[in-house]
Design a protein. Sequence first.
Length: 93
Amino acid sequence: MTGADPSIDSRRGAAHRAFLAVVEGAIRAGGVVPCVSDGAGWLSSVAAEQEKAARECRRCPALAACWQYENDYPERSGVYAGRTENERKKGRR
């Protein structure tokens, strides 16, 4: 059998939709979600840009939901939940 387990993909998809609903709710409530308003640094491979993005994340109204999603479904690259790629990698060891 090849490919990913469909049940895992389904759970991840549902978790991602739930996370996006939190982000959308925060925006509708007037909150600033930095990665949505200025996404450049979040996917950068430049450490200084990631560090700046991570600092901006820490004041995001969706931070807890982002942390939970990234904790459950780790991303390989980019800034998530106020942590750079390197910070997240260190935390998983």
